[in-house]
Write a protein that binds this ligand. Structure first.
Ligand SMILES: [Fe+2]
Ligand SMILES: [Fe+2]
Length: 501
């Protein structure tokens, strides 16, 4: 599966079906969906919901997927209190508990304990890339409530969504921030991840695109997911220690605070949306089921523990093998075989690496500069300069360096490119980024909307003034969808949504 998350297809803008046609949209037969939901891959549907405005059929598929996951977690325990009136106390107890655990983590570090999560920079960058499918749809579970902006009982949830969108400011929009983080470290495009990594993001998107059917589950998911987790604090601390900007993570520590932040607001919202008419406990039962959805898919710790630098190096070189095969002269020989021959088959990569080690091209557990192989990749005159991304270089470096990459001054692929080479790399990366997603870079709130070159923005600016008030509201909501909210039109629409009368 190749899914390029930073890819921007041509204009995704269209009026909602009910404004374009008077015939109701039809969904696929439920029975057919039920059979496919259990076995289908997550990434294709994720792509439709995250990067496009999905059809009614795709939304129905997402609803079917949600019902399947709800069935799967039905017998799992949840952490919510028995009595909804205890929600605030429950939230405060969680925060006190997390703070206490974090303090003891800090003390252990001060006493000399190693990092708990990340062995080295390569490990941390690997983590940032693996969790991208979830982070790039941050907040999406609340999207469906924007269409009900006049419902005061949902206002805390809608405020939370708009805050996830940074109130329409590009430098505060959570998804845009994560995209910037990925780009800064050469972690994009995110196009080769394992399918289970899309599962949690798909749950969030499925809730967001089906809020009318799953309101209590949306409320419950929000309640569980917006509570402060210990891993957020430790991740931010260790990223910072490794010289990686932790702002995306520290922002969530402050935004989800207990006093006025999303954690508190999630508790208030759950009570506000609760029925006043006796429902026999159905609403609360469904809220609790929704809270369990936050645990589906791979957890932060699963991803962290899934890092194996040996296999990551092999994966990286195997990926390059098809393009590298044929690119070398036949004079390049390792263990009697030409490099072209070694690269003809990606399965030969482990043997190729072993041959490079035996031939003295790679000297493991020594400074990377001591390896001839490394000097081909890195440096002003390196013959293979530019072949590997900063992330890939980091992994190869830390693999060669071995345990010393844990404690030694961490190599920074970006910083260590040094001088001209670094600037060149940065310029190339910038050009590639600009070509790949011009709309994202034009999305600053400081740029007047008409100055942003963006196909969706052009459609929006032409069409919006011609619409009725109801249609205008629908168009704003559409532009705030997961696929668009971080782009120029989405940021503009979010600001207009906030300022509407
Ligand atoms: Fe967020
Ligand atoms: Fe949040």
């Amino acid at each position: 599966m190749h899914l390029t998350l930073l890819e921007c297809p041509a204009s995704r803008f269209a009026l909602p079906p009910h404004l374009l046609s008077d015939s109701p949209a039809t969904a696929a037969p439920v029975a057919a969906q039920e059979t496919s939901a259990a076995t289908a891959l997550h990434a294709p549907l994720y792509d439709r919901l995250a990067n496009h405005l999905p059809s009614m059929e795709e939304r129905a598929q997402a609803a079917t997927f949600l019902r399947t996951v709800l069935d799967e977690v039905a017998h799992d325990a949840d952490e919510l209190p028995e009595d909804p009136q205890q929600l605030t106390a429950w939230m405060e107890a969680n925060i006190a508990n997390v703070h206490a655990q974090y303090q003891s983590y800090l003390e252990s570090r001060k006493a000399g304990a190693p990092r708990r999560y990340f062995l080295n920079r390569a490990h941390a960058l690997y983590f940032l890339r693996q969790v991208a499918p979830t982070k790039l749809v941050d907040g999406s579970w609340l999207y469906g409530l924007c269409a009900h902006g006049s419902n005061a009982r949902l206002s805390d949830l809608i405020t939370t969504y708009v805050e996830e969108l940074g109130d329409g400011q590009a430098d505060k929009n959570h998804v845009k921030l994560y995209r910037t983080l990925l780009a800064r470290h050469g972690l994009d495009p995110v196009d080769d991840l394992e399918d289970p990594l899309y599962r949690q993001g798909l749950v969030q998107l499925a809730l967001g695109w089906n809020a009318e059917e799953f309101l209590p589950e949306v409320v419950g998911f929000n309640l569980g997911y917006e509570q402060l987790p210990l891993h957020l604090l430790i991740t931010a601390y260790e990223l910072n220690e490794l010289g990686i900007d932790p702002y995306y993570f520290t922002l969530h520590v402050t935004v989800d605070n207990a006093d006025t932040g999303h954690a508190k607001r999630a508790c208030v919202a759950a009570l506000e949306a609760a029925p006043r008419i006796d429902d026999g406990g159905e609403y609360w039962r469904r809220v609790r089921a929704g809270a369990k959805l936050g645990n589906t898919g791979l957890s932060t710790l699963d991803v962290i523990h899934g890092f194996d630098i040996d296999s990551e190096v092999i994966t990286i070189l195997a990926r390059k093998a098809s393009s590298g095969h044929g690119a070398h002269s036949d004079f390049c020989k390792v263990a009697g075989r030409s490099v072209n021959d070694w690269l003809a088959n990606a399965d030969d990569v482990p043997a190729f690496l072993a041959a490079l080690e035996q031939g003295g091209w790679i000297k493991r557990n020594q400074p990377a500069q001591d390896s001839r192989f490394w000097r081909l990749l890195q440096g002003d005159r390196a013959e293979m300069f530019g072949v590997f991304s900063p992330y890939e270089l980091q992994v190869i470096h830390d693999w060669i360096r071995g345990p010393a990459s844990v404690d030694g001054a961490p190599f920074d692929a970006g910083a260590a490119l040094g001088g001209t080479a670094r600037q060149m790399s940065f310029r190339v990366a910038q050009r590639l980024q600009a070509a790949r997603r011009p709309r994202a870079d034009a999305g600053s709130a400081a740029v007047p909307s008409s100055a942003a070159l963006d196909t969706d923005l052009e459609i929006f600016e032409q069409r919006y003034p011609t619409l009725s008030a109801t249609e205008q509201q629908a168009m704003l909501v559409q532009a705030m969808a997961p696929a668009l909210h971080w782009t120029p039109v989405g940021l503009l629409a979010t600001r207009m949504f906030l300022n509407r009368g």
